[in-house]
Structures are given as structure tokens and as C-alpha cells.
Design a protein around this ligand. Structure first.
Ligand SMILES: Cc1cc2nc3c(=O)[nH]c(=O)nc-3n(C[C@H](O)[C@H](O)[C@H](O)COP(=O)(O)OP(=O)(O)OC[C@H]3O[C@@H](n4cnc5c(N)ncnc54)[C@H](O)[C@@H]3O)c2cc1C
Length: 121
């Protein structure tokens, strides 16, 4: 899974209010980018928005199961936080965000093959 992480512009397909101060934002991943956005549990996305400036980049853990084909993050409001205030106050379905391909190496270890054992009878 060693890939060079790059930004692509993705469309917000759903915004769900989870609590009074947190939303789940789902991105529409075009079929030709599906492989680029496949992810392992524990990985996160870096997002940026033209609406708040190129220098504001924030990380959000992916909160859908790996292999589900859905790309979703949860954003909790921080008072006066640049990105979270934007996500909770102004972001709308149909808006586009720059979303980096998944990163993060804090993921489950691949299961090692069982060592060849000696069978004692
Ligand atoms: C790997 C990773 C995964 C993460 N996953 C999630 C996740 O799943 N969900 C989630 O909600 N967050 C997650 N975060 C945190 C997220 O990346 C952001 O840091 C968070 O949303 C705040 O960003 P913001 O732009 O809203 O706030 P910022 O603009 O970064 O501000 C943060 C706080 O600092 C204050 N502040 C800013 N500038 C100043 C200043 N000059 N003086 C005093 N105070 C100031 C703001 O008022 C605000 O309260 C994750 C972070 C990492 C590193």
C-alpha cells in the first residue's frame, strides 16, 4: 500500500448531523479513483478547502469500514476552528473539497502466516 499521497477534488455527497457539534461528511469517489481511495482501518484523510484557504489542511480519521466502498469522516466543532467551523456551518452537499488519498501507518498488522509446526502424535 506504499502510494504517493496526492490531492483530488471530491464532491461532498452527504452531510449527516451526528450530534449538536459533530457532522459526518461523505465523499463521492469516482470509479476511476476507487483504488486510490481504498484504505486500511486507522487511516485518515487530509482535507483542504478553497473556501478557507490553501494553507488550512486538516486530518480526519476515516470512519467507514475498510472495503465498504464509502469514504466518510466525522468532524467535531472546535470553537473558532478554521476547518471544523466551516464544515459545520457552511459546507453543503455538492460542494467540493481537496481530499488527499488516505494516509497513516497506524493500521492493523497483516496476519503472519502460521509457522510450519511439528505434529506430535
Ligand atoms: C491523524 C489525525 C486524525 C484526526 N481525526 C479527527 C477526527 O476524526 N475528527 C475530528 O473532529 N478531528 C480529528 N483530528 C483533528 C483535526 O485534524 C483538527 O485539528 C480539528 O478538527 C481542528 O481543526 P480546525 O481547523 O477546526 O481548528 P484550528 O483552526 O486548527 O483551531 C484549533 C483550536 O485552536 C484555536 N486557535 C487557533 N488559532 C489560535 C491562536 N492563534 N491562538 C489561540 N487559539 C487558537 C481555535 O480557536 C480552536 O479552538 C485529527 C487529527 C489528526 C492529526
Amino acid at each position: 500500500m506504499a502510494r504517493h499521497a496526492v490531492f483530488h477534488r471530491l464532491c461532498v455527497s452527504d452531510i449527516e448531523w451526528l450530534t449538536d457539534d459533530a457532522v459526518a461528511v461523505t465523499f463521492d469517489v469516482p470509479p476511476d479513483l476507487a483504488d486510490d481511495y481504498s484504505f486500511a482501518p486507522g487511516q485518515h484523510l487530509t482535507v483542504r478547502s478553497d473556501a478557507i484557504g490553501d494553507d488550512v489542511r486538516r486530518n480526519y480519521s476515516i470512519c467507514t469500514p475498510a472495503g465498504s466502498g464509502r469514504l466518510r469522516i466525522g468532524v467535531k466543532r472546535l470553537a473558532k476552528g478554521a476547518f471544523s467551523e466551516h464544515a459545520l456551518s457552511r459546507l453543503a452537499v455538492g460542494d467540493e473539497l481537496d481530499v488527499m488519498t488516505p494516509s497513516g501507518r497506524f493500521t492493523p498488522m497483516r496476519k503472519r502466516p502460521e509457522p510450519a509446526g511439528v505434529q506430535i502424535e
